[in-house]
Design a protein around this ligand. Structure first.
Ligand code: PMP
Length: 431
């Protein structure tokens, strides 16, 4: 028995499913997750000594790879000065200035500790600001594990309901009284949003979406889609909230908003902003942000918000993300896409990439919305995943997830990914 198997057996006795977040389990793809001992650059090494090229990157944050030297130095220095104070620190100001200078639509920002908190607080703020209760979200978008957003959600919610995450609410325990305030539209369909805004005229506080969806596999916004949502929100007095927890600082210096030239009213950030530590943020227009307590009446807070060690890791990460870093990410992504193109087409699959996020879909054309992802061959994906893992490439264990690249990847590792995934495609088609 491997050390990973023994650890999983022990874990299952004391942790539900043996994991502290459902997406880490291999329930959808078969097999058991290896327990990770350490990471080095683009690789993870498990407790049995197996090495994997890591295409999960802790589900997005590790854009510089594992144990980045500067991040390590910054966190050790911060930790040695004290772990948390519950009082303001200089680092928080520097972090807020860095975020505001990068994201054009963000005048002011508030730090918190997880993406879930960021979207939850942004939604409350939108409701408090507009005096309206309804919010619109999109099928297959995931905004964290809080009640209002667990409706037709992607990521683990979709994965563990065999892709049928269409019941409302999306989890037992979410009161129907809460879920009824969440309206759902198909992604990439502006008309559907217009219809909802007209049907509930004057009642919708916000439209929240992932500007590039990464929680139903990687799905790009159709040309003009984000602009159309921007115009609709302005017309109907609803706030446009971009959940850039995945895309923020990953797709460009200023996130997806910079890439697509669209400005949100509020933006949620997480993952990369904390460089692998628990840090997230939400920010936006000054007139909206100044409705937050203690300036305004909308309450929001957190004991560890703006934690000094997490802020140090995040600042060090963001300061390394210069134009050269984004060029490298694009080069790595384009190299993998090009290297896999003919194999993907040969096996009747499709490949969708936006910058350093990508998904191989087991469907002949890349999906543009959730119901199209549901048409993918999930059994073939499972065979593909298992073959890739045994070949040393660790993909996210679900068709409903995106793979993440990092700047530490060498050209040799890019080639290893291409070879490994080509072989895995062959294996997926054999059964
Ligand atoms: N929003 C998006 C777009 C996400 O991808 C995630 C996490 N995958 C979240 C919110 C929630 O973030 P967290 O897991 O840090 O609470």
């Amino acid at each position: 028995m491997s050390r990973s198997s023994r650890l999983l057996a022990r874990a299952k006795e004391v942790i539900p499913g043996g994991v502290n977040s459902p997406v880490r389990a291999f329930k959808a793809v078969g097999g058991d997750p290896p327990f990770i001992a350490r990471g080095e650059g683009s690789e993870m090494i498990d407790v049995d000594g197996h090495r994997y090229i890591d295409l999960i990157a802790s589900w997005g944050p590790l854009i510089l790879g594992h144990a980045n030297t500067a991040v390590l130095g910054a966190t050790m220095a911060a930790a040695s000065r004290g772990s948390s104070f519950g009082a303001p620190t200089e680092g928080e100001v520097e972090m807020a200035e860095e975020i505001c200078s990068r994201v054009a639509s963000v005048d002011k920002v508030r730090l918190c500790s997880s993406g879930t908190e960021a979207t939850m607080h942004a939604m409350r703020l939108a409701r408090g600001f507009t005096g309206r209760d309804l919010v619109i979200k999109f099928e297959g978008c995931y905004h964290g594990a809080h009640d209002a957003m667990l409706v037709k959600a992607g990521s683990g919610v979709a994965t563990f309901s065999d892709g049928k995450a269409t019941t409302e609410p999306g989890s037992p325990g979410v009161p129907t009284d809460v879920a009824k305030n969440t309206l759902v539209a198909p992604y990439n369909d502006a008309q559907a949003v217009e219809d909802l805004l007209k049907a509930h005229d004057g009642k919708v506080a916000a439209v929240m979406l992932e500007p590039v969806a990464g929680n139903m596999g990687c799905i790009a916004p159709a040309p003009g889609y984000l602009d159309a949502l921007r115009a609709l929100c302005t017309k109907h007095g609803a706030l446009l909230i971009f959940d850039e927890v995945m895309t923020g600082f990953r797709l460009a210096r200023g996130g997806a908003q910079e890439l697509f030239g669209v400005q949100a009213d509020l933006t949620c950030m997480g993952k990369v902003v904390g460089g692998g530590y628990p840090l997230a943020a939400f920010g936006g227009r000054v007139d909206i942000m100044d409705r937050l307590s203690p300036v305004g009446p909308v309450y929001q807070g957190g004991t560890l918000s703006g934690n000094p060690v997490a802020v140090a890791a995040g600042l060090s990460t963001l300061r390394q993300l210069d134009n050269a870093a984004y060029d490298r990410l694009e080069q790595v992504g384009a190299g993998i896409e090009k290297g896999l193109a003919s194999a993907v087409a040969y096996h009747g699959c499709s490949f969708k990439r936006v910058g350093s996020m990508f998904t191989i879909f087991f469907r002949d054309t890349a999906p543009t919305r959730f119901d199209e992802v549901q048409q993918c061959d999930l059994d073939a994906f499972g065979r593909f995943f298992r073959a890739a893992l045994s070949g040393g490439v660790y993909m996210p264990p679900s068709q409903y997830e995106a793979a993440f690249l990092n700047t530490a990847m060498t050209d040799a590792q890019v080639n290893k990914v291409i070879d490994g995934l080509q072989s895995a495609l062959v294996a997926a088609m054999q059964d």
